[in-house]
Design a protein around this ligand. Structure first.
Ligand code: CMP
Length: 142
């Protein structure tokens, strides 16, 4: 299997409810390594840009307002098959459809306030990682 990197964002509802440690523990227990980590308040412009792919969707404005409501915790996760592995750990976007033992099944509050975001493809992972982190923050050239 290929070593991949993906972006995780613990969203405002997760950070507000003090779930950062428990969610990061899921990643480590599941075999992903946290290569970079930051708590960050997104600006409105950053929220809009990060979710620009959804700008035609009816929920876009509400989604942007939610994501800038309070700080998020972003991280770069690395491991075998990291993109898919992370998505399995998160569970379905809608917590009502998420499998047992997934992060969203355990902690998410609603379709919008679903606690975590993860890149959905290797291509998007590269873009999302670069949105938040410089190469020197997660690739140590060793
Ligand atoms: P995420 O994985 O971050 O990708 C886009 C986000 O939009 C998604 O998680 C949810 O937070 C939100 N979202 C997706 N579909 C809907 C919807 N139908 N109504 C409201 N929010 C949604």
């Amino acid at each position: 299997m290929a070593i991949e990197r993906t972006l995780s964002m613990i969203k405002p509802d997760g950070v507000e409810r003090n779930l950062v440690g428990v969610i990061l523990s899921h990643y480590e227990a599941g075999g992903l390594r946290i290569k970079a980590l930051r708590r960050q308040q997104l600006s409105l412009a950053q929220g809009r840009a990060f979710y620009a792919v959804h700008k035609k969707r009816p929920f876009y404005e509400e989604l942007v307002n939610y994501i800038v409501r309070s700080p998020v915790v972003v991280s770069v996760l690395e491991g075998d098959n990291a993109v898919t592995k992370h998505r399995h750990m998160m569970g379905a976007t809608n917590p009502e459809e998420a499998a047992a033992d997934t992060i969203r099944k355990k902690y998410a509050q609603s379709l919008q306030e679903n606690t975590v975001h993860g890149s959905d493809s290797l291509e998007n992972a590269a873009w999302e990682v670069s949105f938040f982190f410089a190469l020197s923050e997660y690739d140590y050239f060793n």
